[in-house]
Design a protein around this ligand. Structure first.
Ligand code: FAD
Length: 457
């Protein structure tokens, strides 16, 4: 066979890339293709932070292919039309692509298969490119997917993962296939000021540093808000600049104490993907409804705005929300407690929060974001759906001396130790001198509202 096309989607790397390796094994020439799809922008997923990270990833991928004698072909438009056009121009027999889980990805795959077959070409869809274990591989006896993490993880841990593949040495691209410009980053003014850079080179640098020195203390330190001791690999997993299969092998290979606790978190990612693959509607509808009558964005406008801006009067919530705006990323403990605050204390619809997170998160990911929001809202896979995280208790446990709050809420930087978590306890002039809002809601009032709504439901 002479020519194959490899369609890159959420797998923007050359290491451990089964579609690229399969194409190179079977063909003399390969067209590495990325299609910028305007429908993704139209659906609200083109957040500036992620567009900047994506631009970094595409430039880095193009450079990696050029070092191997090839290049990245970039097109813009409907991916099915564009792939078919490139396949015709290059006279390709086959197209290779990674499997993905959203309804959007499934439809794209089906349309692409039909369109290519009509042209006499074949589509190959590769598993375990964007997940370590493919959705649908593990199922309980009574369903097409696991709805609870623990039994899923038990089976997941026993799976033998395929061996990671090396990066190809040479990529030969046929002449005469036109390419558009690589996209550039959006204007800096539209981005979070401390946004992390993207690209496979950066992802592999982070991975090496993490395996060398970070993962050891993961189990004890992953919830320490100020310590910032998690891997920060989430955007690299989202854009596929790192392979989850390789990540699990490398973490286990380090054979250090924190490795299994870390691998368990990576399994959560696969877990959510197998839920979304089986129930694509869970991206926007309750996975397990409690018949909540949430406050809408409109009816809770002031509370929602205070939450978005980090002005709720609860320092730990505000610190985490400001980290999101400034970095385009938030610590997992911050995500949990801000999501609990919005859905359980302010009793606002989880979709309002999920939308705001997707607007800023550089790792913003349909499966992980929507299903984690649902987990915290009690409409997802949590086996204790009425769990409420008290922001003061959480603050004292996960930011015991207040360092994280003072880092992100400078108005409170003059308050020492854990006193920073309860500024409303200050008296007289000390309180009046603070330029910091009173709490938007009493915790007891929020809890009463949640209980009332829950009992009514
Ligand atoms: P580490 O602690 O180093 O974990 C390693 C990897 O494991 C992560 O990169 C991630 O891929 C995976 N992981 C860790 N925790 C989870 C989890 N709870 N669920 C699924 N996978 C996990 N993660 C996203 O990647 N994208 C999102 O849009 C997203 N939205 C979230 C929204 C809410 C409300 C909550 C509570 C969590 C969300 N998460 C999301 C999960 C988690 O917070 C992030 O993956 C994690 O904080 C990323 O930081 P890290 O790479 O340092 O994680």
């Amino acid at each position: 066979m002479n020519v194959s096309v490899v369609l890159f989607t959420a797998d923007l790397r050359v290491h451990d890339h089964p579609p690229l390796c399969a194409a190179l094994d079977g063909s003399r020439h390969v067209v590495p293709l990325f299609v910028r799809d305007p429908a993704v922008d139209g659906a609200g997923f083109a957040a500036p932070n992620r567009l900047a990270f994506l631009a970094d990833c595409l430039h880095d991928l193009d450079a990696a292919l050029r070092r191997r004698g090839g290049r990245l072909v970039v097109r813009s438009g409907d991916p099915v039309e564009q792939v078919c056009e490139v396949a015709r121009e290059a006279d390709a027999d086959e197209v290779h692509v990674a499997a993905d889980v959203s309804r959007f990805a499934h439809r794209r795959e089906e349309r692409l298969r039909r369109a290519l077959e009509a042209d006499g070409r074949r589509l190959h869809v590769h598993d375990t490119v964007t997940t370590a274990v493919a959705p649908g591989t593990l199922t309980p006896s009574s369903s097409d997917h696991f709805a609870v993490f623990t039994p899923y993880f038990r089976q997941w841990s026993r799976q033998r993962l395929r061996a990671p593949l090396g990066a190809p040495r040479t990529v030969r691209v046929p002449d005469g296939v036109a390419s558009g410009e690589l996209p550039s980053r959006p204007a800096a003014a539209d981005l979070s000021p401390a946004l992390a850079p993207g690209g496979e080179t950066e992802g592999r640098r982070r991975l090496a540093a993490w395996v060398r020195s970070g993962v050891t203390a993961y189990e004890e330190r992953h919830d320490d808000l100020a310590g910032d001791a998690t891997s920060r690999l989430s955007p690299h997993l989202h854009f596929g600049t790192l392979s989850p299969v390789e990540l699990v092998h490398r973490a286990r290979g380090a054979a250090v104490p924190g490795a299994e606790a870390f691998v368990r978190q990576v399994a959560w990612r696969d877990f959510h993907r197998q839920v979304l693959a089986a129930r694509p509607a869970a991206a926007s509808a309750d996975y397990r409804t409690k018949h909540d009558r949430w406050r809408s964005e409109r009816s809770a406008r002031e509370d929602v705005e205070a939450w978005r801006q980090g002005r709720t009067g609860y320092p730990i919530v505000d610190a985490a929300m400001r980290q999101l705006l400034y970095e385009g990323w938030m610590h997992n403990r911050g995500r949990l407690l801000t999501a609990s605050f919005l859905t359980k204390t302010l009793y606002v619809d989880w979709r309002v929060g999920a939308r705001h997170f997707l607007r800023y998160l550089v790792d913003g990911d349909l499966a992980n974001n929507q299903l984690n929001w649902q987990w915290m809202a009690g409409t997802g896979t949590d086996t204790r759906p009425n769990r409420v995280l008290n922001p003061v208790t959480q603050a004292k446990r996960y930011d015991p001396d207040g360092t994280y709050v003072r880092r992100w809420v400078p108005e409170l930087s003059g308050l020492d130790g854990p006193a920073v978590h309860e500024p409303w306890k200050l008296q007289g002039a000390a309180r009046a001198a603070l330029d910091y809002p009173d709490p938007v809601v009493e915790l007891s009032e929020g809890l009463a509202r949640f209980k009332h709504a829950r009992d009514r439901g």
